[in-house]
Design a protein around this ligand. Structure first.
Ligand code: NCD
Length: 308
């Protein structure tokens, strides 16, 4: 059975098909409005979420299907000590597909190994977040036309930011990509990403601390929030939390066609005065998240033989 646990679970070709399907859905939504009639998605969220959970639910409703699930560990039997492995076995009897978010790295992988239905990783701790990556890729493809020869700046908490890890994994497969990794020393990309993904694929990259000096060369600036919930102590978080603030002044340093992406939620790292800049596409990005999750649900249900 095909699941989406890591961004590499889809080949470049499969990814291309998925993104084309998402674009077709965007332009012809009525063609798809009943395709999942009678199908159910279970959203199993053991960690807070607004966009990811609700965009999965909106995606299934847009396809004519229905949703069930929980939005916190406390309101599920996890509070009584049930394992994720047992929960997913049971959910397999109730739903056709499941999206799971959990604070512990590797949970979606374990769930998939015990599941009778396709499992989608909606974020596992500070590890991966492949559907945010699909959202980011659809945004880039739609607004830049493709992925080749782009210089991508990733800024903020590159250590704990799972969306960053997944995006690097995925983009490393395209020609002419280069990365500028902008973070304080303490929040640099983990070694396993730098060595096993960026260096192993011979991707040109720089690790820098200054956002100002990086700005003029970027095609995409991917801003991220400092991930408070993954810090071991609050003091360290308070010291780091405002390490980068993108504002109107800084945007003057950027190219006319640079795009600003952010997986959201934003805290302080993008000043609201940037929102009106046509290069700020993070709210548009959230809309693309619905189309791409619709495409993903269709693709995985078809693979599982649950949709003709
Ligand atoms: C991200 C996440 O949960 O990792 N949010 C999201 O799904 N759009 C980013 C974040 O929380 O900072």
């Amino acid at each position: 059975m095909k699941h989406l646990i890591s961004p590499l679970d889809f080949s470049v070709e499969e990814l291309d098909q998925l993104l084309s399907l998402a674009q077709d859905i965007e332009h012809h939504p009525s063609k798809y409005s009943n395709i999942c009639q009678g199908k159910k998605i279970a959203t199993l969220f053991y960690e807070p979420s607004t966009r990811t959970r609700l965009s999965f639910e909106a995606a299934m409703l847009n396809l004519g299907g229905s949703v069930l699930g929980f939005s916190s560990a406390n309101s599920s039997s996890a509070a009584k000590g049930e394992s994720v492995a047992d929960t997913i076995r049971v959910i397999s009897c109730y739903a056709d597909i499941a999206a799971i978010r959990h604070p512990k790295e590797g949970t979606a992988f374990v769930a998939a190994s015990k599941s009778g239905i396709p499992v989608i990783n909606a974020g596992d701790g500070g590890h991966q977040h492949p559907t945010q990556t699909l959202t980011d890729l659809l945004t880039i493809k739609s607004l830049k036309g493709g992925f080749e020869n782009l210089t991508i700046g990733l800024c903020g908490d590159l250590k704990f930011g799972r969306t960053v890890h997944s995006l690097i994994n995925s983009l490393s497969r395209y020609r002419g990509i280069s990365f500028v990794l902008i973070s304080p020393r303490e929040l640099r990309v983990p070694d396993y990403i730098r060595e096993n993904v960026i260096e192993a694929n011979h991707i040109p990259y720089q690790e820098v601390e200054s956002l100002d000096s990086a700005m003029p060369n970027l095609d995409i600036l991917y801003m991220t929030r400092v991930q408070r919930e993954r810090f071991f102590n609050e003091e360290e978080y308070l010291r780091m939390k405002d390490c980068y603030i993108l504002d109107k002044e800084k945007m003057k340093l950027a190219r006319e066609d640079m795009l600003v992406l952010h997986p959201l939620p934003r805290v302080n790292e993008i000043s609201v005065d940037v929102d009106d800049d046509p290069r700020a596409v993070y709210f548009k990005q959230a809309q693309y998240g619905v189309y791409v999750r619709m495409a993903l649900i269709i693709t995985l249900l078809k693979e599982a033989g649950r949709l003709c």
